[in-house]
Design a binder for this molecule. Structure first.
Ligand code: GTP
Ligand code: MG
Length: 318
């Protein structure tokens, strides 16, 4: 099947085509450009909700419950769960993980786990591509569960419309152990596992931290949830919808999409530049000479970088 045929099937609502498209993108085949090109006009409509928080905070459990809440309103939900895979074992780092299995038979739900391979610390390019696939596939809402470690957790704010930061009650210690940058990325705070001791105290602490932040166009609500009371996830979804409406009303909905389009184009440009320059390096005797010049101190890396860019300019102007 060609990429175009695959795209056509996917756009007609064929689930297997959607799954296959994501697999193809994940495997990083070069021909996928045609696929992404064909899907592009059908993207940009879905509401993207990012879910981040420390390992074991209850993100998957919460996602599972959110799916139920959203499905009650008849909307279609796509889920991308970014799975932390260890470079050493190739397997999942954590035991005791919740798999979202309750919705496997619902045709209005599409769940996909993805590795973090090739992500250079940030959110993998393939994750962003999978989001586009699900968007084109007609999912109204896309939930993205990320690993709450490293850069990917901060990256999610550029990808999602609404970012949920999932915390747990801190019975003993103080909330200030919260990682740097987390306050800034949250559009909604979730105190999950609210059945555990300390939930109210944690809620108060988050609120008093929010009091310290001045420019408050949108003050992130703090919502308590617990799997012991599935109704609690309704309040969370309502908070998401309020944030979505705020984005739309303030023009940020469109701004975010514009920023994403810009990032996407820059990403493609960088990738192509990189490939061309690497190609040149691999085949050019001049390159070996330049490297030697740096080694002997005749040139420094900055001179060489300028020369490469000069070469690039002239070679494209010919
Ligand atoms: N007491 C309590 N336990 C919960 C609640 N929600 C989830 N858990 C438990 O917390 C553990 C981790 O839940 P997950 O949903 O897998 O958490 P996660 O954040 O997706 O974990 P990773 O994806 O591995 O980072 C599981 O044993 C859940 O049963 C809750 O509301 N209360
Ligand atoms: Mg999980």
């Amino acid at each position: 099947m060609t990429d175009l045929e695959l795209a056509t099937k996917l756009l007609q609502g064929d689930r297997r085509a959607a799954a296959r498209a994501i697999t193809l993108l994940e495997n990083g085949d070069k021909q996928n450009q045609e696929l992404l090109k064909a899907l592009h006009p059908h993207t940009g409509k879905a509401y993207l909700v990012g879910i981040t928080g420390s390992p074991g905070a209850g993100k998957s459990t919460l996602t599972d419950h959110l799916i139920s809440v959203i499905r009650k309103s008849g909307l279609k939900v796509g889920v991308i769960a970014v799975d932390p895979t260890s470079p050493f074992t190739g397997g999942a780092i954590l035991g005791d993980r919740v798999r979202m299995v309750n919705h496997a038979l619902d045709p209005g739900v599409f769940i996909r786990s993805m590795g973090t391979r090739g992500s250079l610390g940030g959110l993998a390019k393939t994750t962003k591509e999978a989001i586009r696939v699900l968007d084109a596939f007609g999912m109204d809402i896309i939930l993205i569960e990320t690993v709450g470690v490293g850069q990917s957790e901060l990256d999610i704010m550029h990808v999602a419309d609404t970012t949920l930061v999932v915390l747990n009650p801190t019975a003993g210690d103080h909330i200030q152990t919260m990682k740097a940058g987390i306050m800034e990325i949250a559009d909604v705070f979730v105190i999950n596992k609210a059945d555990l001791p300390g939930a109210d105290k944690t809620e108060r602490e988050v609120n008093s931290m929010l009091d310290l932040i001045h420019e408050v166009d949108w003050r992130p609500p703090v919502v308590k949830t617990t799997s012991r009371d599935p109704v609690s996830y309704r309040g969370l979804w309502e908070a998401c919808i309020r944030h979505r409406d705020y984005l739309r009303g303030s023009g940020q909905w469109e701004q975010k999409r514009q920023k994403r389009r810009q990032d996407e184009i820059m990403g493609i440009v960088e990738e192509r530049l990189h490939a061309r320059i690497r190609e040149w390096m691999a085949s050019s005797p001049a390159w070996s000479q330049l490297l030697q010049d740096v080694e002997t101190g005749k040139k420094d890396p900055y001179d060489v970088a300028d020369l490469i860019l000069e070469w690039y300019n002239t070679s494209t102007c010919e």
